[in-house]
Design a protein around this ligand. Structure first.
Ligand SMILES: CCC(=O)NCCS(=O)(=O)O
Length: 360
């Protein structure tokens, strides 16, 4: 049962000062190295991109080594690749490797609309010893049901609060963050309601929030403004996917001044054409590391978070992908070789996630 203490400031949930995993509350110091944006089981059919003319055969073929390069360049055009929920055993093996590589925790960002599966997350946490923090709330508009679209901000707030305090999807498994909350570009009316509900729920709970911005450089700032106007705590909010959204250094610094955490979470993704916005030149991992070094030089080392955002099969090692340990095994040495100190690496992987994930 949820034990709520009243204080002069606000209603304090029992989560206050703790981190909430799918197995219950833990002390923030137990988290260790944390990837703040991953998916362990989900479906991504909502983002299917029709294959280019002539590629229909490849798009329907079983995943094989000889097709891997095509798949890496066209991950959203292969229907089976979008079903990460079929890979529970492979993900379990990956999590065991992640622990061996020094990983402690993973924030699982799957929300309503992309097949969240909390019992599977609980089973994975029990069997691997990795702390898993689940996400409350809703993904982007195209996945909102008619029922969700009709809900008031108050009703949406009640649902999100209940997913954190009591459990989600008819289970007693409680979410430890709100998000990833999905937004498109332009942000739709239904998404604006969910953002306002997110801010109201955060005000009640003092919990961490994480946002998926639309694929436009104005999207992160717009989402933060909506949260701010609804009373959200921006210093406890993460803006995801900056590596495919904000490229100009001055625009990045303007956004950073708004005060959210700045997340580079597509490590391991190297593609020539970003299928959701062909104007975008997707950065390489080396360019991502350069962006981190730039933000550190500009004084933002307390605000940076990183992850891989694995959400398709082809990024698992089972299919020749980089897996959940790529940052720990390959990116950390690269960061160190580019002048980022061990202390700064530890901030990004341990201290910043800890500060963000601890309920106020
Ligand atoms: C559900 C996973 C997700 O939304 N990932 C982000 C993909 S992208 O918008 O950066 O292409």
């Amino acid at each position: 049962m949820t034990n709520i203490k009243k204080t002069g400031r606000r209603t304090m949930p029992e989560q206050s000062g703790k981190v909430q995993t799918v197995l219950g509350l833990i002390e923030p110091g137990q988290l260790g190295r944390t990837m703040t944006h991953e998916h362990l089981t989900m479906t991504f059919e909502c983002s299917h991109v029709p294959p280019a003319p002539g590629d229909e055969g490849l798009a329907a073929a079983p995943i094989e080594m000889k097709h891997l390069h095509w798949l890496q360049q066209n991950p959203y055009s292969h229907s089976e690749n979008l079903l990460l929920n079929q890979e529970i055993e492979a993900v379990k093996e990956e999590l065991l490797c992640y622990r061996k590589a020094g990983g402690g925790s993973i924030v699982e960002n799957t929300t309503t609309g992309i097949t969240r599966n909390l019992p599977v997350l609980r089973k994975l946490a029990k069997e691997t010893g990795v702390h898993i923090i689940a996400g409350a709330g809703y993904y982007v508009d195209v996945t909102h049901s008619d029922e969700t679209r009709k809900m008031t901000v108050e009703k949406l707030t009640d649902i999100i609060v209940s997913e954190v305090l009591h459990g989600a999807d008819g289970t007693d498994i409680r979410c430890g963050v709100i998000g990833e909350i999905g937004t498109s570009w332009p942000i739709t009316e239904s998404e604006k309601k969910v953002l306002r509900a997110t801010a109201h729920a955060q005000t009640q709970l003092g919990c961490p929030v994480i946002i998926h911005p639309g694929r436009n450089k104005a999207a992160p700032g717009e989402a933060i403004r909506i949260l701010q106007e609804a009373g959200g705590n921006i210093s406890k909010t993460v803006m995801s996917h900056l590596d495919r959204t904000l490229f100009d250094q001055q625009e990045l610094l303007e956004f950073a001044k708004m005060g959210s955490y700045l997340e580079y979470d597509l490590f391991g993704t190297e593609m020539l054409n970003y299928p959701f916005n062909l104007d975008v030149d997707m950065p390489s991992d080396s360019q991502r590391v350069q962006a981190l070094a730039f933000l550190i030089r500009e004084g933002y080392e307390d605000r940076i978070l990183i992850a891989h955002d694995i959400h398709t099969k082809h990024r698992l090692t089972k299919y020749g992908g980089h897996g959940f340990s790529h940052i720990l095994k390959n990116i950390v040495p690269k960061m160190l070789s580019r002048g980022i100190t061990q202390n700064q690496v530890d901030k990004i992987l341990i201290e910043n996630p800890k500060q963000w994930l601890t309920f106020k």
